[in-house]
Ligand binder design. Sequence first.
Ligand SMILES: NC(=O)c1ccc[n+]([C@@H]2O[C@H](COP(=O)([O-])OP(=O)(O)OC[C@H]3O[C@@H](n4cnc5c(N)ncnc54)[C@H](O)[C@@H]3O)[C@@H](O)[C@H]2O)c1
Ligand SMILES: [Zn+2]
Length: 679
Amino acid sequence: MGVGQLSDAEAANRLMRLAREIAKHDAAYHDRDAPEISDAEYDALVAENKAIEAAFPHLVRDDSPSKKVGHTPSSPLGKVTHAVQMLSLDNGFSDDEVREFVERVRRFLSLSDDEPVRLTAEPKIDGLSCSLRYEDGELVLAATRGDGSVGEDVTANARTIADIPQTLKGAPPVLEVRGEVYMAKDDFAALNARQEEAGGKIFANPRNAAAGSFRQKDASVTAARPLRFFAHGWGEISAEPKPTQEAMVRWLEELGFPVADHFKRCETVEEALDVYATIGSERGALPYDIDGVVYKVDRLDWQHRLGKVARAPRWALAHKFPAEQAETILEAIDIQVGRTGKLTPVGRLAPVGVGGVIVSNVTLHNRDEIERLGVRPGDRVKIQRAGDVIPQVVENLTRDEKRDPFVFPDHCPECGSEAVAEEGEVDVRCTGGLICPAQRFERLKHFVSRSAMDIDGLGEKSVAEFLELGWLEKPSDIFTLHEYRDDLLAKEGWQEKSVDNLLAAIDARRGFDPGRFLFGLGIRHVGAVTARDLMKAFTNVGPLMEVAQAEDAIAQLSAVDGVGEVVAQAVVDFFHEEHNREEVALLLERARPADYVSDVQETAWSGKTIVFTGKLETVSRDEAKAQAERMGAKAAGSVSKKTDLLVAGPGAGSKLKKAEELGVQVMTEEEWLAEVEKS
Ligand SMILES: NC(=O)c1ccc[n+]([C@@H]2O[C@H](COP(=O)([O-])OP(=O)(O)OC[C@H]3O[C@@H](n4cnc5c(N)ncnc54)[C@H](O)[C@@H]3O)[C@@H](O)[C@H]2O)c1
Ligand SMILES: [Zn+2]
């Protein structure tokens, strides 16, 4: 169910459950270093919480995960209250979210558009955060983040890490350096190998290994683990000696702290996004795990003005790398019926973050795909979403042979009409045509669309509204809408002028072009051009309907220029359905499309062959061809001895050369348009 459909009570209930569930996972991850679900699944819960809170701001709970950092520690380590809170970071997954972040900064600081917002960009190494307190240059306290306000005392543990200086030269009286304790990939692999040999705990990933090794009561265990540290910020400080993030980080480096490789100050957001792309492409080759890039507003005076909101600073953003695969439960398989009646199986998932978005639906494509995967509701599946590709199920992880396979329906779930697959096709379609409610809205929308009947003022919204009111069920109802004029005037949002404009626009389509009328019916395989070809041959939709029911219909239809067997069969199938014939008859009676008239004129170019090449600047290639056809000429694709004229725009190449060799007349686009003008 979408967030928008929730009632207040349902939303409150869901928020309560999410708060509880997320807190449970926070404890497992942050306190016990033993997550029970993947980060993608966790991120999906957080995103769901965020979406519901955005839609129901009055229901935000005091204990909401959106207000909390990490988890209150319950380890046997001593507690430390942070002098300056240790925060989390806001997340973004797309380039646009990063641009929006910068726009928010701009708005908050009331900056003009041309004022540069410089950002620093650096990798987000996956470890755990640590605050190191130096007084008069001596390391006196090290603490984990905990819940942001209270962390654990890990001073003895920090002293065992070689990257962490015990004393500093030239540091201010109070300096809290903040950074990340992490484990390199090689060290992690070696540690796990040793652990396995010794029958010890195997860690799921370097992050868990780092956290589990660092948060030890016995510092000698930490000492035996290969932990590293890099500095990315500071907490309490007597005075900030530098005016920018970059200068501060360089200063920390001079004091003896490792800082991130790839740290870069960027003049623009686009430059920062380039750093993201570069770091992303080198991600696999880096010696440590990273899960994103962190951007920070470079100017410290701006950082101070921006401050924080809830659990994160306003001046920083973590641009996460998408996990491209994730595991989740396939909760149900729904069958959707499309405009042309195609039955598409859609998998409903327990929501999960993958490829940078939260995914709760996957297409299962068709009957064959379901068979290939052998998926049934309740199965655990691996899904994938890379780039802009629609999420797919790549693997069924449930190998339970006892349950029955999913049975694909042989009737339309919407209208009960038979659902069949065309020969040699995998897609199953509803044969209910114009009466199927699933296809109703799409059919109406298509009928009134720009390239079909082009009825001004009857947009998607009005179609939906009239459908809802029961005034519109099938295309023929459009032409009786005037009966509802008074009811419509009584509706909110409908002025007399717009109502009358709409009714006039509908009236203007009586006696309209039969090709566009036919195209509007939405017969499978009958596009705008084919519809026109059919009308050229049969003058109007009435006669076409007759032909389509004739014994030799396929032969007659396929004899039309531009119509093949597939189209012919689709036309026959469509008119084979009685309810379709009834509706078309009614529609013809009410809309009375005009007979097809050829708009081809007798001109100096009649019977001639014309080729267009190069870039045309004022008309499209299709329009130019249509102009030629209206002038009685034939538009061809290649230059030969039979070519009478080549219209060459800029960039014309081999065709122009060939035309010159053959002595074919050549014109510019401008000269051609003068010819069109003349006729
Ligand atoms: N699987 C689970 O059950 C589970 C549970 C809880 C949290 N998590 C995961 O933990 C993360 C959320 O934890 P979080 O609130 O600590 O947020 P976070 O880890 O996404 O971001 C905040 C942290 O990033 C660190 N960081 C790394 N490089 C940095 C840099 N260059 N500059 C500044 N900070 C840097 C800091 O320590 C900071 O505290 C999510 O990725 C989530 O998936 C998973
Ligand atoms: Zn149907």
